[in-house]
Design a protein around this ligand. Structure first.
Ligand code: SF4
Ligand code: SF4
Length: 167
């Protein structure tokens, strides 16, 4: 995520539309994430006959990973998360072909597909308050509306499919 401590000189102008994901530097890569938390939700993913993710069949639940703080929408131990959740996915440019389950607004998916960033993205507004307000208006973000997977049965999980996250 773009933060106050991100050195802005490390971000090349309009990098999201001028370079591919594999050409981005570390800070550019991190700045693409809007912090929505959607990728930390449990989802059901189907593959087509070629083994590729069928976006039309992806279903998100409002059930979040055990490390998610569902109030704030942030991972409680992001820097050390692999110790707790070894299968937490580290997005890379190489993995993107298999990441099409990401939500349609996710900047990594959009840049990969050659699409524009959402209008509300912080890289465009350069104003965190405006971005937050517009993300809320666009119904994006899991803070305050997810539940933890801890203690949840598979049967209950299946009843928690939501329609506010879509690939
Ligand atoms: S869905 Fe994309 S933009 Fe949202 S938190 Fe995950 S990686 Fe970041
Ligand atoms: S470990 Fe953290 S970043 Fe990874 S899925 Fe869980 S909450 Fe998200």
């Amino acid at each position: 995520m773009l933060t106050d401590s991100t050195p802005t000189e490390s971000l090349r102008p309009q990098f999201w539309s001028r370079y591919t994901l594999s050409e981005l530097n570390h800070n550019e890569w991190e700045a693409l994430c809007d912090g929505c938390g959607s990728c930390c939700l449990i989802k059901y993913i189907d593959e087509d006959e070629n083994g590729d993710v069928d976006e039309n069949l992806v279903e998100y639940t409002d059930v979040a990973c055990q490390l998610m703080n569902c109030e704030t929408g942030y991972c409680q131990h992001y820097d050390t998360r692999q110790q707790y959740v070894p299968d937490c996915i580290q997005l890379t440019a190489e993995k993107m072909p298999n990441m099409m389950w990401l939500p349609e607004h996710c900047a990594y998916k959009r840049v990969y597909k050659g699409q524009a960033l959402p209008d509300w993205h912080l890289l465009l507004t350069e104003n965190a308050v405006i971005t937050q307000q517009q993300m809320h208006a666009a119904n994006i973000g899991i803070a305050g509306r997810c539940v933890t997977e801890t203690g949840m049965s598979d049967e209950e999980m299946e009843t928690r499919v939501v329609n506010w996250v879509n690939p």
